[in-house]
Write a protein that binds this ligand. Structure first.
Ligand SMILES: Cc1cc2nc3c(=O)[nH]c(=O)nc-3n(C[C@H](O)[C@H](O)[C@H](O)COP(=O)(O)OP(=O)(O)OC[C@H]3O[C@@H](n4cnc5c(N)ncnc54)[C@H](O)[C@@H]3O)c2cc1C
Length: 390
């Protein structure tokens, strides 16, 4: 072994950098984050960055609430700018989903999340440009919004460095080393061996490949999720809020330069496996058209928007569309992956949670729903949309 570290984090996305910050904040010495290309080069740099709070479980709701509190005061909590825009989020549901929405919102309120169920006819009070006819209810989350995932990852890395962590870019982990049932460190593609008693696999879309080098199989599928970009015309006026139309199957979030990022909420990404090396590939208007038609039904004024392109994104999807935050069967090898399309908005709480677990402290949120063993032999079920309401 040519050098040592206390904790090696594999992956410099928003998960790995948040964890580096939280470990260093807890006084863990010798945190070393290895990123094979550049910070935020993975899913983080291709994310839409929406921060909504509607989740079907108490624990995920608690996590998103903790994270939102960080985004709202990011400069004081971490340093730097998260690009957080608290424009609010509207979530439209079909009539048949209203009862489930009411039950889920009760869970949310119990953990302190601000959310209001509106009659479809009242949604215009918040955003008159959405077409709420045909919906069963519209949820209004006044504190939600969106942020800048790459900026957040960079800010976490900067803050971790200030606290003594080492962040190395352009260093790829070729293998996770083991000694008996324990992790022993990592080997890089440059032939360097780094001894460490703790290794955290935060490699996002590549997490399965990293874990496999230690003989650990993760139940993660990399599924394609394309993002489409349109430019609003001058008549559109002020930017719209985040709108997630679960009934119609489309979402929109505003971007600077009169742009809107949009995509599908009805595709089952788990059934569209993608090579993560294709991340960021361009997408065609022909592919976008069905999703854009749904976007225009949800927010009709966007029907006049101009096509600006898009990119191929991908999610690291677990069978229940919730993250794995747990030690693997190889002692000392921890998994922070399978973010299933939620990894940006959960990143502050995920880093906090993992840092507690790794250091033997009690995490702020019950860890049971995020354990690796929860799946047994269960196959993937549900879609991205079911991660809102179950
Ligand atoms: C199109 C799209 C839209 C999304 N929209 C939202 C959203 O609206 N809201 C939300 O909350 N989430 C969203 N997400 C999900 C969220 O962005 C991701 O879950 C999150 O950014 C993942 O971060 P990560 O750090 O876990 O993984 P990544 O960002 O993928 O980081 C993993 C890193 O590991 C590195 N790596 C891989 N292998 C190795 C190795 N062997 N050695 C060293 N480094 C390695 C990679 O280069 C990469 O930088 C979206 C994702 C995509 C793709």
């Amino acid at each position: 072994m040519s050098r040592t570290a206390g904790v090696v984090i594999v992956g410099g996305g928003v998960t790995g950098t948040s964890l580096a910050f939280h470990l260093a904040s807890r006084g863990v010495r010798d945190v070393l984050l290895l990123e094979r290309t550049a910070l935020a080069a993975g899913g983080t740099g291709r994310s839409v960055g929406i921060i909504r709070q509607l989740y079907p479980t108490r624990e995920t709701s608690q996590m998103v609430k903790r994270s939102l509190a960080v985004f709202q005061r990011f400069r004081e909590a971490v340093g730097g700018d998260a690009g957080f825009v608290g424009c609010g989020a509207l979530i439209g549901v079909a009539p048949g989903m209203r009862a489930t929405l009411e039950a889920t919102v009760a869970t949310q309120r119990a953990v302190g999340i601000r959310a209001e169920i509106l009659e479809p006819s009242d949604a215009a009070r918040v955003e008159p440009r959405i077409d709420a006819s045909g919906l069963g209810a519209v949820l209004w989350e006044p504190e939600s919004g969106y942020g800048d995932p790459a900026a957040v990852a960079t800010a976490y890395a900067d803050a971790a460095r200030r606290l003594g962590a080492r962040i190395e870019q352009g260093v790829e982990v070729a293998a996770t080393l083991t000694a008996g049932e324990r992790v022993a460190g990592v080997a890089t593609t440059r032939g360097e061996r780094i001894a460490a008693p703790v290794v955290v696999d935060a490699a996002g879309l590549w997490a399965g490949a990293v874990a496999r080098t230690a003989g650990v199989e993760l139940p993660i599928v990399v599924g394609r999720h394309p993002v489409f970009v349109v430019e609003r015309d001058a008549a559109f006026g002020r930017p719209h809020p985040v709108y997630l139309d679960l009934a119609g199957g489309a979402y929109v979030r505003p971007e600077t330069g009169d742009l809107t990022l949009t995509g599908s909420l009805i595709d089952d990404e788990a059934r569209h496996p993608m090579d993560p090396e294709r991340l960021g590939d361009p997408v065609s208007l022909a592919e976008a058209e069905p999703a854009l038609a749904r976007t225009s039904r949800a927010l009709p004024a966007l029907a006049r928007a101009r096509w600006r392109g898009g990119w191929a994104g991908a999610f690291d999807i677990t069978p229940d569309w919730m993250p794995i935050l747990d030690e693997s069967p190889v002692r000392g090898l921890w998994i922070a992956a399978g973010m299933s399309g939620h990894g940006f908005k959960l990143a502050p709480a995920v880093g906090e949670h993992l840092a507690a677990l790794v250091t033997g402290a009690v995490p702020p949120v019950d860890p049971a729903p995020f354990r690796l063993a929860r799946f047994g032999s269960a196959a993937a079920s549900g879609t991205f949309a079911t991660s809102y309401l179950g």
